[in-house]
Design a protein around this ligand. Structure first.
Ligand code: HEC
Ligand code: HEC
Length: 309
C-alpha cells in the first residue's frame, strides 16, 4: 500500500493540510514577553513581574529581578496601554517601544545590555527566522521593541460591568455600584484625576505620599527637575484595579479599602506629605456606606476573564 503524505499525517496524529500557525508581530512579541532569554542569567521575563493572571501586574510591592534584586517601585499593570501617552510612574518613556528597552537594561530587573540581547536573539536560529518572517530583517532594536509593543497593545480590557452599564447592555452595575460610581464622580472627587475610559489622562499629580524622609521617591521631579513636580506620579489607570494589589508607586497600600481610607483623609496618614494636590486638602467625610459603595464600584472595573466563577 502506498502511504500518502495525508495518511501518514493521520497515522502520526496531525494533518498536512493544516498550515502551521502564522507568526505575526503580535505572536512574536508575546513569545518575547514570556521568554527569560532577555535577562542576564535567563531567569526573568517580562511576565515574571507582569503576571498575566493578575492583569499583568505583580502581587509584591517590589518585584524580584535577576539575582533576587529588588527595585524601589511597584510594577503596574501592563494592560490597557494603547492609549497611554507616558510610561512608568514618572513618565520617563514616551512610547511603549521606548518603554520596553528600560527593563531589559535595568540592573535590578533583567540587566542585559541591549547589544547582548540582540546578539543572543541573532544566535538563536528560531528567533532569527521568526524575526525575518515578520519583519524581513533580523533582530534589531527597532523590531524587538516593535514586536513587544504590538503584543502589549492587544492587552486591552473592556468586558466589565461598568463598560456594559455605560453601553446599556445586560450585566452592568448593581445598585450599590451605581451609588459607588456617584461617589467616585462627585463626593470622592476621584474623577478629577481618574477620568477617560481607562481612568487616567496620563497627568502627573501628587496625592501626598512624598515626605522627603521615609517616603522619598520624588517621581516626576526626577525627570523635569521642576520643584513643582516633587512627589508627582503618573495617575494610574484603574481598569482591573481590584486584582492588581498592592497599590501606589511604592506598593504601600495592600487593599482598596486602605486606598479609600487614605483619600478620605490623606492628612491623617501622611501629615507631613509635601506638595499635596489642593483637591485633597480637605477630608472627604465619606460614611462607612460610601466607602463600601466606592469599593464596589472599583470592583466593577475588572474584566470578565479575571472574575473567578
Ligand atoms: C523585575 C520586574 C520587572 C520586569 C522583569 C519587567 N518589568 Fe515592567 N515594570 C516594572 C516596574 C517596577 C515598573 C514601574 C517602574 C517605574 O515606574 O520606574 C514597570 C513598568 C512597566 C510599564 C509601564 C506601565 C505604566 O503604566 O506606565 C510597562 C508597559 C512595562 N513595565 C512592560 C514591561 C516589559 C515589556 C518588560 C519586558 C521587556 C518588563 N516590563 C519587564 C517591573 C518589571
Ligand atoms: C489629585 C489627583 C487624584 C485624585 C483626586 C484621586 N487620585 Fe487616585 N491616584 C492619583 C495618583 C497620582 C496616584 C498614584 C500615586 C502614587 O503612587 O504616589 C493614584 C493612585 C490610585 C490608586 C492605586 C492604583 C494602583 O494601581 O496602584 C487607586 C486605587 C486610586 N488612586 C483610586 C482613587 C479613588 C478611589 C479616588 C477618589 C476617592 C482617587 N483615586 C482620587 C491621583 C488622584
Amino acid at each position: 500500500m502506498i502511504i500518502s503524505a495525508c495518511m501518514l499525517g493521520v497515522i502520526l496524529g496531525f494533518t498536512f493540510s493544516k498550515t502551521p500557525p502564522k507568526v505575526t508581530k503580535v505572536s512574536l512579541g508575546k513569545m518575547l514577553f514570556f521568554d527569560p532569554i532577555l535577562s542576564e542569567d535567563s531567569t526573568i521575563s517580562c511576565s515574571s513581574c507582569h503576571k498575566p493572571e493578575f492583569a499583568f501586574a505583580d502581587t509584591s510591592a517590589f518585584s524580584k529581578g535577576v539575582h533576587g534584586r529588588l527595585g524601589t517601585r511597584n510594577a503596574p499593570s501592563a494592560m490597557n496601554m494603547s492609549s497611554r501617552e507616558a510610561f512608568f510612574w514618572d513618565g520617563r518613556a514616551a512610547t511603549l517601544e521606548q518603554q520596553a528597552l528600560g527593563p531589559i537594561e535595568n540592573p535590578v530587573e533583567m540587566n542585559l545590555p541591549i547589544e547582548t540581547a540582540l546578539k543572543r536573539l541573532n544566535r538563536n536560529k528560531r528567533y532569527r527566522s521568526l524575526f525575518f518572517t515578520v519583519f524581513k530583517t533580523y533582530p534589531n532594536k527597532q523590531n524587538l521593541t516593535a514586536a513587544i509593543a504590538a503584543f502589549e497593545r492587544t492587552l486591552e480590557t473592556s468586558a466589565t460591568p461598568n463598560d456594559r452599564w455605560l453601553n446599556d447592555e445586560p450585566g452592568g452595575l448593581t445598585d450599590q455600584q451605581v451609588r459607588g460610581r456617584d461617589i467616585f464622580r462627585v463626593k470622592g472627587k476621584c474623577f478629577e484625576c481618574h477620568f477617560t475610559p481607562d481612568f487616567t489622562a496620563d497627568e502627573f499629580r501628587n496625592i501626598g505620599l512624598f515626605n522627603g524622609k521615609n517616603h522619598n521617591d520624588s517621581g516626576r521631579y526626577l525627570i523635569t527637575h521642576n520643584p513643582a513636580d516633587i512627589g508627582k506620579m503618573k495617575v494610574p489607570g484603574l481598569r482591573n484595579v481590584a486584582i492588581t494589589a498592592p497599590y501606589m508607586h511604592d506598593g504601600s497600600f495592600k487593599t482598596l479599602r486602605q486606598v479609600i481610607d487614605y483619600y478620605d483623609n490623606p492628612h491623617a496618614t501622611m501629615p507631613d506629605g509635601i506638595n499635596r494636590d489642593s483637591i485633597l486638602s480637605q477630608p472627604l467625610h465619606l460614611t462607612e456606606q460610601d466607602k463600601q459603595d466606592l469599593e464596589a464600584f472599583l470592583n466593577s472595573l475588572t474584566d470578565d476573564r479575571f472574575v473567578k466563577k
